[in-house]
Write a protein that binds this ligand. Structure first.
Ligand SMILES: Cc1cc2nc3c(=O)[nH]c(=O)nc-3n(C[C@H](O)[C@H](O)[C@H](O)COP(=O)(O)O)c2cc1C
Length: 173
């Protein structure tokens, strides 16, 4: 599949059929995260792969809304970044998440980005702090988000090129 086709096909999918995502596919998704470029090549990102149901449930409570799908995910990739290594941890983590999201789509794995940075749990704990607590992470680890993964044959329709708002492009020639 061409990259543009993968980009059109990529949708946020929040329901999963309970089937296992093959380890080989998860490995390829992680490779995509590790191949993502980082500012000054500092590579601050680390990836925590969660398959344990109890931990997935805890992650599903990592924010007050928008993380519930993690309870039924087959796997979650928590993207954490060492902020002592790079002040660009937001950008580096976001690019890694986007690469992994596209790789998941190319492998027919259903995925959804779950925002953690700047979000709070339903009892008003900072979402990053909550997640750091789950994995006993030092405060220097910052958490842009979590990629939720599963399988689902019922995909929302792909995006189309007609949706593109070309008025957002300005040419200076
Ligand atoms: C930075 C970012 C944060 C997001 N956070 C969440 C989230 O916490 N929960 C969720 O269900 N979807 C989340 N999404 C998915 C968006 O809602 C989704 O990408 C958008 O509605 C467009 O739909 P599409 O991905 O199907 O094209 C996030 C997406 C991005 C890029």
């Amino acid at each position: 599949m061409e990259l543009l086709d993968i980009m059109l096909k990529r949708r946020s999918i929040r329901e999963y059929d309970g089937e296992d995502v093959a380890d080989e596919k998860v490995d390829k998704i992680l490779m995509a995260g590790l191949l993502a470029p980082t500012s000054r090549n500092r590579k601050p990102c680390e990836f925590i792969v969660v398959k344990d149901n109890d931990m997935l449930k805890r992650l599903s409570h990592s924010k007050s809304a928008g993380s519930a799908m993690l309870e039924n995910a087959n796997c979650a990739i928590v993207t954490v970044a060492d902020s002592d290594k790079a002040d660009t941890w937001i950008e580096d983590s976001s690019i890694a998440m986007a690469y992994m999201d596209l790789m998941a789509t190319s492998l027919d794995v259903a995925s959804c980005w779950v925002q953690s940075h700047l979000r709070r749990t339903s009892d008003d704990t900072d979402s990053e702090e909550y997640i750091r607590g789950l994995f006993d992470l030092d405060d220097k680890y910052r958490i842009v988000g979590i990629l939720s993964l599963g399988l689902n044959d019922n995909r929302p329709p792909a995006h189309t090129l007609d949706e593109i708002d070309k008025s957002k492009i300005r040419y200076v020639k």
